[in-house]
Write a protein that binds this ligand. Structure first.
Ligand SMILES: Cc1ncc(COP(=O)(O)O)c(C=O)c1O
Length: 415
C-alpha cells in the first residue's frame, strides 16, 4: 500500500517515537538492552527499540490492568486483527484466521512448526549470516542446521540454496528451510520474484518452508514486503509472526503461526498445550497494536528512515572504511568492518576469536555495545550489527565514539 514517504532532506514532522525518551529515562529501563552493560555503554545491540509504548497499546494494557483482567489468554481477535493489518499493508486478501495458532513467541512457534513438518535429525536450512537463535533453537529441537550463505550482494543465493536443499534431502527424510523475511541482520526485503524462486526450489526438492515475518511491518519507505504465503507455490508453507519488533512488545509474549491452505491440517495437529504459553496481556497488547497502532507505526517508520540516512552520513564521516548496505527494512544495520584495522577479521580468522572482533573493539574502546557478527554464522566474521532504533542524538554519539575508537586503535597499532 502506498503511504507518505518523507524525503531524506525533509524528514517527517513530529511525533517521532524515537525522540520521545531521554537517555536518563532509557537508563532506568530494566530489560536486557539497557540492563546488560555498564552505565557508560550506549547499547545498540539486541532488537529492542528506544520508544515509548504506542498509545493504543498502552491504553489497552491500562484498561486490562484497571479491570484486573490478568487471567489466562483467550485469544479471540488476534488473528482477525492481523488479517486486517495484512490486507491493508500488504494486500494479503486470502488470509484466513482459521489457519492460525497462537504460540508463545516467534522462536517457540518456529520450533513447534518444525516439530510438525520435520523429524529429529532432519536438516533445517538457513541463509547465513542470520539471526543466531535460528541455529540454537533448531539444534535444541534435535534438528541439524545447514547453511546456504547469502550472496556478496547480501541477497539469497539461489544456487547455494538449491545445493543446500539437495544435500538436506540426502541427509534426512523431511527437510525444512527457515526463511527470514525480511532478513535479520542485513535488512534485505526479499522481492516477490526471489520468493517465487525459493518456492519453486522448495517444492522441487521436497523442502518445507517456514517464514519468520517478525520484521515484516518494518518495511522502510521505498520497500514493499511480500508475505511468503502470498507467493505462488507457497501453499504448503508456514509463517510465524508477531508485533514484537514493530511495536517493541518482546516482553508481552503472544505470536501467530499461520499455515498456507495446504498446511492447515498439519497446523491443526499442533498440541493444545502450546496455546498455554502466550500470555493474556501479550494477546491484549499485540491485538491492540495491529488493530489501532498503524498511525504510530507510520511515524516510527519515518523516524527509522531518517535514522537510516543519518547513519549513512555518520559512517561516511567517522568510519569511512566501514561498509554499509542500506537496509530496506528492519532497524538493523549490518556493518562490514573487515577493512577497519587491527581488530578486524583476517581472511583466515576463526569465527568466535574475540581478539579479532570489531564488536569487542567498539565495546572496549568506544563503550558502544553492538552485536558481534560472529554469532550470525558463516559470513559474519568481521561484521557487526547496529540497532538504529534509538534517538538521533544517541546514534550520533555512538558513531562518533566508534570513529574515535577506530582511529585510536589504528594509531596504537601503527606505533
Ligand atoms: C528474525 C527474528 N525472529 C525472531 C525474533 C525473536 O522473536 P520472539 O521473541 O517472538 O521469539 C527476533 C528478535 O529479534 C528476530 O529478529
Amino acid at each position: 500500500m502506498s503511504r507518505p514517504t518523507p524525503s531524506d532532506d525533509h524528514p517527517a514532522a513530529a511525533p517521532n517515537p524515537l525522540t520521545q525518551l531521554t537517555l536518563d529515562q532509557l537508563r532506568r529501563r530494566t530489560s536486557v538492552k539497557w540492563g546488560r552493560y555498564a552505565p557508560d555503554v550506549l547499547p545498540l545491540w539486541v532488537a529492542e527499540m528506544d520508544v515509548p509504548l504506542a498509545p493504543a497499546v498502552a491504553d489497552a494494557l491500562q484498561r486490562a490492568i484497571a479491570l484486573g483482567d490478568t487471567g489466562y489468554a483467550h485469544p479471540t481477535g488476534y488473528a482477525e486483527a492481523f488479517g486486517e493489518f495484512a490486507a491493508e499493508r500488504w494486500g494479503w486478501t486470502d488470509f484466513s484466521p482459521g489457519r492460525t495458532a497462537v504460540v508463545p513467541d516467534v522462536m517457540l512457534g518456529i520450533v513447534e512448526v518444525l516439530r510438525l513438518v520435520t523429524d529429529p535429525g532432519d536438516t533445517v536450512v538457513v541463509c547465513s549470516p542470520v539471526y543466531p537463535p535460528f541455529y540454537a533453537f533448531a539444534q535444541h529441537a534435535g534438528r541439524q542446521v545447514a547453511e546456504a550463505p547469502l550472496g556478496a550482494d547480501l541477497r539469497i543465493d539461489l544456487a547455494a540454496l538449491e545445493e543446500a536443499f539437495r544435500r538436506a534431502r540426502t541427509r534426512g527424510r523431511r527437510p525444512a528451510f527457515l526463511l527470514c523475511n525480511p532478513h535479520n541482520p542485513t535488512g534485505v526485503v526479499h522481492r516477490r520474484t526471489e520468493l517465487e524462486a525459493v518456492a519453486e526450489l522448495a517444492s522441487r526438492h521436497g523442502v518445507r518452508v517456514i517464514s519468520d515475518e517478525i520484521h515484516a511491518p518494518l518495511a522502510l519507505p521505498g520497500a514493499d514486503v511480500t508475505p511468503y504465503l502470498t507467493v505462488t507455490g507457497a501453499q504448503d508453507a508456514f509463517a510465524v509472526t508477531s508485533g514484537s519488533k514493530a511495536w517493541n512488545l518482546a516482553g508481552l509474549k503472544a505470536a501467530l503461526a499461520i499455515a498456507g491452505p495446504h498446511a492447515a491440517a498439519e497446523l491443526a495437529r499442533m498440541p493444545e498445550e502450546v496455546s498455554h504459553g502466550p500470555s493474556h496481556l501479550g494477546v491484549v497488547a499485540q491485538t491492540a497494536a495491529l488493530r489501532d497502532g498503524g498511525e504510530w507505526l507510520d511515524h516510527l517508520l519515518n523516524g527509522l528512515h531518517a535514522n537510516r540516512t543519518r547513519l549513512e552520513t555518520l559512517l561516511a564521516e567517522h568510519l569511512p572504511t566501514v561498509g554499509y548496505h542500506r537496509p530496506e527494512g528492519t532497524y538493523l544495520a549490518w556493518l562490514d568492518c573487515r577493512r577497519l584495522g587491527p581488530h578486524s577479521a583476517q581472511p583466515d580468522s576463526a569465527p568466535g576469536d574475540v581478539s579479532l572482533d570489531p564488536a569487542q573493539l567498539f565495546l572496549e574502546r568506544a563503550r558502544v555495545a553492538l552485536s558481534s557478527g560472529n554469532a550470525f554464522g558463516t559470513g559474519g566474521a568481521g561484521w557487526v550489527r547496529l540497532n538504529f532504533a534509538t534517538s538521533p542524538a544517541i546514534l550520533t554519539d555512538a558513531v562518533t565514539r566508534m570513529g574515535r575508537a577506530a582511529q585510536e586503535a589504528g594509531a596504537a597499532a601503527a606505533k
